[in-house]
Design a protein around this ligand. Structure first.
Ligand code: BG6
Length: 510
């Protein structure tokens, strides 16, 4: 038989196509939760719709509810109808839903886990899932020990041959401080080896976050100035306009710093500040992230370099909204912060002396996540007609969401007879530059779990280092009274503005 000549163009195109998962199934613990309904189930449908799941893919739900397979199917159907990104197609749905199963039980119920093991085995035979299964723990971390033990006891955690795989997917919070994170990692690693553990930080699944690596390492333009010689400071902002109504159970006692700085914002910092990895293979990428996290410390004295707040009632989007303490479920004297800002230093040759300011908050002016690299001023400005108010500092802003893109701010001459220079912006927007819509973070991450592609998942060392960075600040806050307050719809407490003013700087108004 003659071999077909290789078509280099097709090979190039094939490399760009997302890989399709091989035979496998997914078991979700916590199917009745918000995350499952709003993100996981829709993402699974979207993956099926994009043709990225294997034909016999199976989805098993495990919960206490007295549901039959069809009831579970109905729950997934409603979640998909409400939250899926791609259009609903009967044929896709029909094929996908044939693989739905539901197992009723509580986490301490041996019999239920034995039924789960039998169900999974049956799927291997009926649908050809071939012994490849991922277990998604969308449950409170307090339940990890019992569930991982059950997975081990019932044999579910162990592949029965070298061709099979078993993986566990865990959601944050990965502990509430370094000690508890270590314990949690121990519990999980006692059952699943680290290479089978996929910790979800959904920010790493966002296109714009991955684009940060492209921006830095695919271009010659930015890297030479990406250091302390040219950069004055970096601001990483994750602002949300929503409040916490309905989430008290999870959030009270956790607060903004543990909820998002420990994970999402420190991962953004790591990607912004790390050195170029030798390749984007998981080990190379992780090594650089770990190195930069090891070099990162909070700046003292924390009373001046950090700020925290709790939202009060106020106005948002033309509507009156309640304060945290009026939201159902929060303790009346709750000292949980809904706004947190910290100052970090990265002690490397590249970044020594450049502060990294991280801030996040609920019920702020608007929803926006961005990384702003703010450059030093030009050493001399020979323009009599220009004030430093008009001409700010150059800035490169990576807009993670919404309006995903990148903006470069620089000075330009105002038309006319005088030499007046004013800030202008040059804008790249995903929406304008590409016709493809970005997949949801959870689509990318679930597919990567099924493919066994670990690059976008933090390893336990990264989690522990992140706690090491945050713990001293959390301890300071715990022994220094309550957070300041800020009205809903504003940009946080006055103390946050003072924190930057002390350094002669101010927060960007995104
Ligand atoms: C989660 C936090 O990790 O991220 C939530 O627990 C937060 O409090 C959410 O609302 C924000 O995610 P996104 O993708 O909407 O920015």
């Amino acid at each position: 038989m003659t071999q077909r000549a290789k078509n280099p163009l097709r090979d190039e195109r094939d490399k760009r196509l997302p890989r399709i998962a091989g035979p496998c199934g997914l078991v979700i613990f916590g199917v009745t939760g918000d995350l499952s309904r709003k993100k996981l189930m829709p993402a699974i449908y979207d993956l099926a719709n994009r043709g990225l799941l294997p034909p016999g893919f199976s989805l098993v739900g495990f919960a206490r509810r007295d549901w039959a397979d069809q009831d579970f199917g109905q729950v997934v159907y409603e979640a998909v109808k409400q939250h899926a990104r791609t259009p609903f197609r009967e044929a896709v749905w029909d094929r996908l839903s044939e693989g739905f199963r539901f197992v009723q039980g509580s986490f301490d119920d041996d019999e239920a886990f034995d039924t789960l093991a039998a169900t999974v085995k049956e799927l291997d035979e009926l649908r050809g899932t071939s012994g490849n299964h991922a277990f998604y723990l969308s449950i409170p971390p307090g339940a990890f020990p019992v569930v991982t033990k059950q997975l081990a006891r019932s044999g579910l955690a162990n592949p029965t041959s070298a061709d099979e795989w078993r993986r566990v997917v865990i959601e944050k919070p990965f502990g509430h401080d370094l000690t508890s994170a270590r314990q949690l990692n121990k519990v999980v690693n006692a059952v699943f080896p680290e290479e089978s553990v996929f910790r979800i930080d959904h920010y790493l699944g966002k296109e714009t976050v991955q684009n940060l690596l492209a921006l830095r390492f695919a271009n010659q333009l930015f890297e030479p100035i990406w250091n302390a010689n040219y950069v004055d400071h970096v601001q990483i902002t994750m602002a949300e306009d929503i409040g916490l109504g309905g989430r008290a159970g999870y959030y009270d006692g956790i607060g903004a710093a543990r909820d998002v700085i420990q994970n999402h914002l420190l991962q953004l910092l790591a990607l912004t500040a790390m050195e170029e990895p030798g390749s984007f293979r998981p080990h190379a990428l992780r090594t650089e992230k770990i190195k930069v996290l090891e070099a990162t410390k909070p700046v003292e004295p924390y009373g001046e370099t950090t700020a925290r707040g709790q939202y009060e009632g106020g106005w948002q989007g033309g509507q009156k909204v309640p304060g945290l303490l009026q939201e159902g479920g929060f303790a009346k004297d709750s000292s949980t912060e809904t706004y947190a800002a910290i100052t970090l230093e990265v002690n490397t040759r590249r970044w020594a002396g450049v502060p990294f300011y991280l801030r996040t908050g609920k019920r702020l002016g608007r929803r926006v996540t961005e990384i702003a690299v703010v450059f030093k001023r030009a050493p001399h400005l020979p323009f009599d007609d220009t004030s430093t108010e008009e001409l700010g500092q150059n800035a490169l802003v990576v807009r993670v969401q919404p309006d995903e893109g990148v903006t470069l701010r620089f000075g330009s001459k105002v038309p006319g007879n005088t030499m007046e220079v004013r800030d202008v912006s040059m804008d790249f927007s995903y929406g304008h530059a590409f016709t493809e819509a970005s997949p949801e973070a959870y689509e990318r991450l679930i597919l990567d779990v099924l493919l066994g592609e670990p690059s976008l998942f933090p390893v336990n060392k990264e989690v522990e280092l992140s706690w090491e960075i945050l713990d001293p600040v959390l301890r300071h806050w715990a022994s220094n009274g309550k957070p300041d307050s800020y009205p809903a719809g504003t940009w946080g407490p006055d103390s946050a503005d003072k924190m930057l003013a002390r350094d002669g700087r101010h927060w960007r108004r995104p």
